[in-house]
Ligand binder design. Structure first.
Ligand code: ZN
Length: 83
């Protein structure tokens, strides 16, 4: 997967932030479910993260662990309430 994206925004998780037929809308952690191909993540989403890639800008649902991974990959600060 290309790592040339960046984070547009991070919000507290809300299924309404996510499109229909996505893990986020179903209340699942989409970052681990889709990005790492591990199957469904056991952790509940903590944040909704909008990412910008070359041709698209998905909103990912992210558990706390996923949020830390996204933070490391894209270099944005984690909101203090999740530290
Ligand atoms: Zn996860």
């Amino acid at each position: 997967m290309a790592s040339d994206g960046h984070v547009i925004w991070v919000k507290p998780f809300d299924p309404a932030n996510h499109g229909s037929d996505t893990a986020g809308r179903r209340g699942e952690c989409g970052w681990h479910g889709q990005t790492e191909k591990r199957g469904t993540c056991a952790d509940k989403p903590f944040a909704s993260v909008k990412l910008q890639y070359a041709g698209y800008a998905p909103v990912q649902s992210a558990c706390i662990r996923a949020l830390r991974e996204i933070s490391q990959r894209y270099g944005f600060p984690i909101p203090p309430e999740s530290a």
